[in-house]
Ligand binder design. Structure first.
Ligand code: SAM
Ligand code: SF4
Length: 447
């Protein structure tokens, strides 16, 4: 029987994407995936460093793995991802039973590190710079019909709360030809939906130069070129920065039929004072103005956001300004976060850290407001007929989960093959999902 591996992924889509590559590398090396830790020859924890509980989760998980490693010394334990990049040697000092620590720029080295750990003991490779994009590695994809495509890594901004620039480095864009070749290859294999991934996707290309040309391939051009690939019917991207939604990007979104009518537009705070302290480059009115322009150019566009509650120095007045912007913006959905000081970031040492009970109270109020807005936005969909792409089984036996172009989940009552496009009529709505009935089914793809 072939040896098996198990990957546990924490955090964002970037990590999910890296996990697909880790799985792909291990499968190319003759291993098979398992969900049973007791059977696994290799266990990988692909970590996130964005919030505090990420550290606790990692060390808690490693504690659970210790007795397993004692019973089976041939088990290989790997820590990958942003905490590996951030904590480096600390991980093996705290948990000496970890065999390999592999940073965010060193994934291609994984198999070598595993082999070396068998003969030479614990290994670590945490480098400063990405040489090979994770997308260039083999993948073990969860779905046959949709795929993530990495277009850039790192971030050149310096938001004072954020650890990303420290663990993912400065922005490095992938050459446009390489991205398009990957998307064409995916399309040829039946993929119909791609999500372009980067820490700050809409600054794509600013660090690239093309020999013999003064024009850099920027994000708007990338959208247009991916849109020209026939078999791809849905294009998504994450995560963009509001500041970089330049008119050319909005025009490209509006003009490209396959670019989905959904944008993630991270607000972080509705208070100008806090936005300044966060080192976010826009202010509340500017943000709302940009949002208005996007909505005017792309009818029915759905908007999601990220909001941090309890940033150092945030007063009740600042928080009310956030509630005010949330009301005026009318987000379809929002990810709300309680501020978590990340060692190494500027905000971690700022005065005025907000007490936990105050943060919790504000957080609960924000969630209540946003739930009501999300519900109203969902209810406005009832009665419409929309195109959905089937993703897999629903929560109820025999049911199906699908997704609209605007990124809303729709539950359908009957089983349908994943990868099928369906016209569905929305019959009911909750804050975070819709219920629908099939009006017409289209071809199955990617199976
Ligand atoms: N590049 C994106 C942007 O500019 O908005 C953000 C990517 S970050 C991985 C995802 C979200 O995590 C952020 O938008 C922010 O709301 C949240 N986040 C980041 N650092 C945080 C911290 N220290 N505490 C709480 N939330 C945080
Ligand atoms: Fe972090 Fe996003 Fe700011 Fe970059 S733009 S520093 S990834 S929050």
């Amino acid at each position: 029987m072939e040896p098996t591996f198990l990957i546990r992924t924490f955090g964002c889509q970037m990590n999910e994407h890296d996990s697909e590559r880790i799985g792909g590398l291990l499968m190319a090396d003759g291993m098979a995936p398992t969900e049973v830790a007791d059977d696994a020859r290799v266990i990988v924890l692909n970590t996130c460093a964005i919030r505090e509980n990420a550290d606790n989760k990692l060390y808690g998980n490693l504690g659970h793995l210790k007795p397993l490693k004692e019973r089976r010394p041939d088990l290989r334990i790997v820590v990958a991802g942003c905490l590996a990049q951030k904590d480096q040697g600390l991980i093996q000092r705290k948990a000496p039973w970890v065999d390999v620590v592999v940073g965010t720029h060193a994934l291609p080295q994984l198999l070598d590190l595993l082999r070396r750990s068998e003969t030479d003991g614990p290994q670590m490779d945490v480098r400063e710079y990405t040489e090979v994009f994770p997308s260039a590695l083999p993948a073990a994809r969860a779905d046959a019909f949709r795929a993530w495509v990495s277009i850039a890594v790192g971030c050149d901004n310096a938001c004072t709360f954020c650890i990303v620039p420290l663990v993912r480095g400065v922005q490095r864009s992938r050459p446009i030809g390489e991205i398009l070749a990957e998307v064409q290859g995916l399309a040829a294999r039946g993929v119909v939906e791609v999500t372009l991934l980067g820490q700050n996707v809409n600054t794509y290309g600013r660090d690239l130069s093309v020999p013999g040309s003064s024009r850099r391939p920027l994000f708007a051009r990338l959208l247009r070129e991916v849109n020209a690939i026939d078999a791809i019917r849905r294009i998504r991207f994450t995560s963009p920065h509001p500041h970089d939604f330049t008119p050319d990007v909005i025009d490209a979104m509006a003009e490209c039929d396959d670019v989905c009518e959904h944008i993630h537009f991270p607000l972080q705070s509705g208070s100008d004072r806090i936005l300044r302290a966060m080192q976010r480059s826009y202010r509340r009115e500017r943000y709302l103005d940009w949002l208005g322009r996007i909505r005017a150019a792309i009818p029915d566009v759905a908007v999601s956001t990220d909001i941090i509650v309890g940033f150092p120095g945030e007063t009740e007045e600042d928080f009310r300004e956030t509630l005010d912007v949330v009301e005026r913006a009318g987000f379809d959905s929002a990810y709300q976060f309680q501020y978590s000081p990340r060692p190494g970031t500027r905000a971690a040492t700022m005065d005025g850290q907000v007490p936990k009970a105050v943060v919790q109270d504000r957080f609960d109020r924000l969630v209540t407001l946003q739930e009501a807005i999300s519900l109203a936005k969902s209810r406005a969909q009832v009665g419409r007929t929309v195109e959905v792409l089937v993703e897999g089984d629903g929560r109820r036996r025999g049911s199906t989960q699908a997704r609209t172009r605007t990124n809303r989940i729709v539950h359908l009552p009957e089983p349908i093959v994943p990868g099928t496009f369906v016209q569905a009529r929305v019959t009911d709505a909750a804050a975070h999902h819709l219920t629908g009935e099939v009006v017409a089914e289209q071809v199955s793809v990617g199976v």
